[in-house]
Design a protein around this ligand. Structure first.
Ligand SMILES: Cc1ncc(COP(=O)(O)O)c(C=O)c1O
Length: 425
């Protein structure tokens, strides 16, 4: 078996900084208790859990004194998206006159973590919930903020979109969309699954009301961690989506009205959160500029190799690919090959070269449909189901130039051999 070369950081990052594993081992071995209760170990775990909130608040530019309490721990980005969407829309449906629809805006670029909860609301509530999906230009891979503005109606409650595409890696004009939403009094939910830990995120400067984030991708924490940041005041127009014990104010029949407890029933993923906390501190210590500098260097190398006249034969990178576009991207690259379907290409990368990639629709069916690599394209019955989507490679802070060179050589070999086989037919 060839050495494993991990190129699936967009799914979850690997490896994690050693301090993450150490913190989790320390918790498992020495502390091991819940964050709820009164004895000394509980107080220590509770302090460490809150320290993680504080570190996340620092990283996302939430500067108000109570910001850490507005960081709600979730299982992952998807869980945070569900809390934001169902919490906000559930409240709007309950409190607005029945005659008034609730309108939500998202985009064709978005991940199923936005699309599916919104689809469920439309299905469940019929005409009371209306959805607009803003299109994007497949050539630029970038959303037009004015399209969001044009879609806003007096009934619009929420605009939900992503900060960086998990298909093309293109960074979206989130700050401009946020400013438009703020001007129109529409809540803005940003999915930072592919951006946080890679590029700066400043919730205040970007007009973000709700930030959904994974703990386990760019933040370098363990799987099973994520968070939703809620702008102060917005919690008053959000329903809870899960209820239960909080260890405080247990005499109340209802959930407490203060954060984070209101949205965090049950025991925490303490071992995961303590690992995440060290990961966030590691990022703060390294400095995002330095981490971004390393990624930009690798992004430029990958773009130079996968695009232009010397690109591997038959290979097409989704989205713009000029090396000068490096700064407009995160380290996520999806490509198709004229002579091999994405699943076969990904399989060969693994079995022949140990390169771990991700093939398929990347939970972004509408994005792939827009780019001609989605289900609509496969309606052509001559294309097998495995032809859906693309093959994706994604880098992280521990990816080296040597790893990139090996992965790119593997891609070139596979594409060249496939082209030669095709010629020989
Ligand atoms: C843009 C985007 N949103 C949401 C998700 C879901 O992330 P999670 O696995 O943390 O729920 C992903 C990753 O898979 C993603 O790339």
């Amino acid at each position: 078996m060839p050495t494993r070369l991990y190129f699936d950081n967009a799914a979850t990052s690997y490896p994690k900084p050693p301090c993450v594993i150490e913190a989790m081992m320390r918790y498992a071995g020495d502390l091991g208790v819940s964050a709820r209760g009164a004895y000394a170990e509980v107080r220590e775990v509770s302090r460490l859990v809150n320290l993680c909130r504080q570190r996340i608040a620092t990283l996302i530019g939430a500067r108000h004194a109570d910001a850490p309490s507005h960081v709600i721990f979730t299982l992952n980005t998807t869980d945070a998206m569900n809390l934001a969407i169902h919490g906000l829309i559930g409240h709007a449906l309950r409190t607005r006159p029945a005659s008034r629809p609730v309108h939500i805006i998202t985009s064709e670029l978005d991940h199923n973590s936005a699309l599916r909860p919104l689809n469920v609301l439309v299905e469940r509530y019929g005409p009371r919930v209306r959805q607009t999906r803003v299109p994007f230009d497949p050539a630029s891979g970038v959303l037009d903020p004015h399209a969001f503005e044009r879609a806003i109606t007096p009934d619009t409650v929420l605009a939900a979109t992503l900060h960086a595409s998990n298909v093309t890696g293109m960074i979206q004009p989130a700050g401009e969309i946020g400013a438009i939403c703020r001007r129109h009094g529409v809540a803005f939910l940003l999915d930072a699954a592919q951006s946080l830990g890679h590029v700066p995120v400043d919730v205040d400067a970007m007009g973000v009301d709700l930030l959904a984030m994974p703990g386990h991708k760019g933040l370098l924490g363990p799987t099973g961690t994520g968070a939703l940041y809620i702008r102060p005041g917005l919690e008053r127009v959000m329903d809870t989506v899960r209820e239960g014990g909080t260890g405080v104010r247990s005499e109340l029949e209802a959930m407490p009205d203060f954060l984070p407890d209101r949205f965090e029933p049950g025991s925490h993923n303490t071992i995961g959160i303590l690992g995440l906390s060290e990961a966030v501190q590691w990022i703060l210590d390294q400095g995002l500029d330095r981490l971004r500098g390393h990624e930009l260097e690798l992004i430029s190398v990958i773009l130079a190799e996968l695009t232009g006249p010397d690109a591997p034969p038959g290979l097409t990178l989704l989205g713009p690919g000029h090396p000068a576009d490096a700064a407009a991207r995160v380290g996520v690259f999806s490509f198709t090959c004229d002579h091999l379907d994405p699943a076969t290409f990904g399989g060969m990368l693994e079995t022949q070269f140990g390169v771990l990639s991700r093939s398929g629709l990347h939970c972004a069916p509408a994005a792939h449909a827009t780019m001609g690599t989605g289900a609509a394209a496969s309606a052509d019955s001559s294309r097998p189901a495995s032809s859906l989507g693309a093959t994706r490679i994604s880098i992280g802070p521990f990816t080296t130039r040597g790893d990139v060179a090996a992965a790119l050589a593997a891609i070139r070999t596979i594409a060249t051999e496939a082209a030669q086989l095709q010629l020989a037919k």
